[in-house]
Design a protein around this ligand. Structure first.
Ligand SMILES: Cc1cc2nc3c(=O)[nH]c(=O)nc-3n(C[C@H](O)[C@H](O)[C@H](O)COP(=O)(O)OP(=O)(O)OC[C@H]3O[C@@H](n4cnc5c(N)ncnc54)[C@H](O)[C@@H]3O)c2cc1C
Length: 539
């Protein structure tokens, strides 16, 4: 059970010294831990909430080369992000998938469509032609390709490729946490760093188990601050001075019923001149995003945010009936942590670069990870390992491959076994893809265990929660391996059920209690009641 895994890890955190403690379990912390553990370093990781409960579960779910930064002539950044995207595509072929972006340019926009098309050709070349080629589209052809687009003011458009994360950002992050656990990292969610001090060449971090309220100390030689938007706060409590700091830009997405059956990202420039996306999210569409300067990382969705997104979607699309606040199934909100040098003022917020910066305090063996993108995560992992070695900590397996899906041979073996037992024939008709594809993408080599369970009892392949694309054996696997402490961890982050199923349907879903019994044993009723309260509060 998840409780056993977490309970044992929390106990170990206070018992043994570590080479490195990572504070924060978003994408930056998760790749830092996976990269170090995968190279043989003794690592611990804590997050005060669930893994990926911060910005990393509120992104646009894109692994992209940053085409929009061409406008600000940040060629080096685009070149680097394109390379990072291609590396992710190669390492995660079933998770990081190419998708077409259909961009409509309105008459009177600051650049004519053909000029933007030429930019997309440059972008394609900077991406080493790893995706399908872009193509120019006339306004009439846009209408024919996607009748849902309002082309009354369209001057023309283009189609180009980038990538998206098939199962969502939070699941992508969790798979790095899981990978780090496989390599011996001691990770625990719901453990908060409340202060940290350097004593006799080691870090003593005071931590609090948020679930039990118990406090204890974690000893480590080096400390990595991967608290995302809260990096500055963590540095303050650790007495760390840094040249860089964060400023924040809030981004909101709304999830609504599917706008079109075509699996494409629809791209526009919104009324404020910024990029505006309609992104497929399983059986729904995700609309975003806003870009608002804020002073604090603790943000929520306001009516003004909702109205901005809904009004733009209604103006750019031909929707009958138009979208209203009642159309919203789920909301996502987070801040982009943007790194700035302390003394430099912020000239133009939107133009601020989204590059990551790793600031190192060598004498105190401390790293702070500022800014960044999901797309750049493998570089962050590599850079962290290089710095840890520079700080004099032994990295025994520096060249071990610490990321990526298992190789093609193992995949072929899995697919063969699945086809011999006719696994895909057991797929529920409501599912969007065959079981074999889903199992392999979500669980990699652990998916063999699922075949074993289904061979013993076909009932294990039954969907447990309606519309949720989760079978009984997957929930059993999640209970053992995914450190699910609250039902929300499962519904919102290990899966995307909460994002694609209406709250009222979730609350009354048959099978939810049974899922809770598998996940939480005798605590099932309490966890379900706690979750229903969360749903009611956010309704
Ligand atoms: C609207 C929006 C859209 C985006 N879209 C994309 C995109 O499409 N593609 C892309 O590549 N990037 C995108 N990004 C950027 C990307 O999502 C972020 O840069 C990235 O997720 C930041 O990860 P992080 O690990 O630094 O922070 P987080 O994910 O926030 O992780 C920090 C963690 O630290 C924990 N923490 C904080 N304080 C403590 C403490 N005291 N003790 C223990 N734990 C603590 C928090 O609980 C949190 O889980 C987007 C960002 C936004 C806001």
């Amino acid at each position: 059970m998840a409780a056993t895994l977490r309970h044992n890890n929390v106990k170990k955190l206070g018992e043994q010294p570590f080479d490195v403690l990572v504070v924060g379990g978003g994408i930056n912390g998760a790749v830092a831990a996976a990269s170090l553990a995968g190279r043989g370093v003794r690592v611990a990781l804590i997050d005060r909430g669930d893994f990926a409960s911060g910005v990393s579960s509120n992104s646009s779910n894109l692994a992209w080369g940053g085409i929009k930064y061409l406008e600000t002539l940040e060629f080096l950044l685009v070149n680097k992000l394109c390379k990072s995207r291609n590396r992710l595509m190669r390492a995660y072929p079933s998770t990081v998938k190419e998708i077409r972006f259909l961009t409509t340019i309105q008459r009177g926009f600051r650049f004519p469509p053909f000029f933007i098309y030429l930019g997309s050709v440059l972008y394609w070349a900077m991406g080493r032609f790893a995706t399908r080629a872009p193509r120019y589209i006339s306004a009439g052809a846009i209408e024919a390709a996607e009748p849902v687009i309002n082309t009354s003011k369209a001057a023309g458009g283009l189609e180009y490729s980038d990538c998206y994360l098939y199962d969502n950002d939070a699941r992508f992050v969790f798979n790095f946490i899981r990978k780090s656990l496989n390599f011996g990292c001691i990770a625990a969610n719901y453990v908060e760093s409340i202060s940290a001090r350097r004593e006799q060449g080691q870090w003593l971090t005071s931590a609090r188990d948020v679930i039990s309220g118990e406090c204890f100390e974690i000893r480590s030689q080096a400390l990595i601050n991967a608290c995302g938007p809260w990096v500055d706060t963590q540095n303050r409590i650790a007495g760390e001075q840094t040249q860089h700091h964060h400023v924040f830009s809030k981004g909101v997405h709304l999830v609504v019923d599917k706008i079109t059956d075509n699996k494409r990202v629809l791209t526009f420039f919104a009324s404020d001149g910024r990029l505006f996306f309609l992104i497929p999210m399983g059986p729904k569409t995700c609309i975003g995003t806003t870009d608002t300067q804020v002073d604090t990382p603790d943000v929520s969705v306001t009516d003004a945010d909702r109205d901005f997104l809904l009004q733009n979607a209604n103006a750019l699309l031909d929707l009958q009936p138009p979208l209203t606040r009642e159309s919203i199934i789920a909301e996502r909100v987070g801040v982009r942590p943007l790194a700035i040098k302390a003394e430099g003022g912020v000239a133009d917020w939107v133009q601020l670069s989204r590059k990551h910066v790793i600031e190192v305090d060598e004498p105190r063996q401390h790293l702070s990870i500022f800014g960044g993108k999901l797309t750049d995560c493998l570089n962050v992992g590599d850079e962290v390992a290089a710095w840890i070695e520079c700080l004099g900590i032994d990295v025994p397996q520096m060249h071990n491959r610490w990321y990526g899906e298992p190789g093609a041979e193992l995949r072929d073996e899995f697919m063969l076994q699945a086809s011999l037992m006719k696994l895909d024939g057991l797929t529920d008709p409501s599912s969007s893809e065959p079981l074999s594809e889903r199992f392999w993408r979500r669980y990699g080599e652990s998916a063999f265990g699922l075949l074993e369970r289904i061979r013993a009892d076909e009932g294990e392949a039954k969907l447990l929660i309606k519309n949720a694309e989760y079978t009984r054996c997957e929930i059993e696997l999640a209970a053992r391996r995914e450190m699910i402490v609250k039902l929300e961890d499962f519904m919102r982050r290990r899966s995307k059920i909460e994002e694609v199923v209406r709250r009222e349907d979730i609350a009354t879903a048959p099978g939810l209690l049974e899922a809770c019994e598998i996940l939480f044993g005798s605590d099932a009723q309490a966890r379900l009641a706690e979750y229903r309260e969360v749903l009611n509060r956010s309704a």
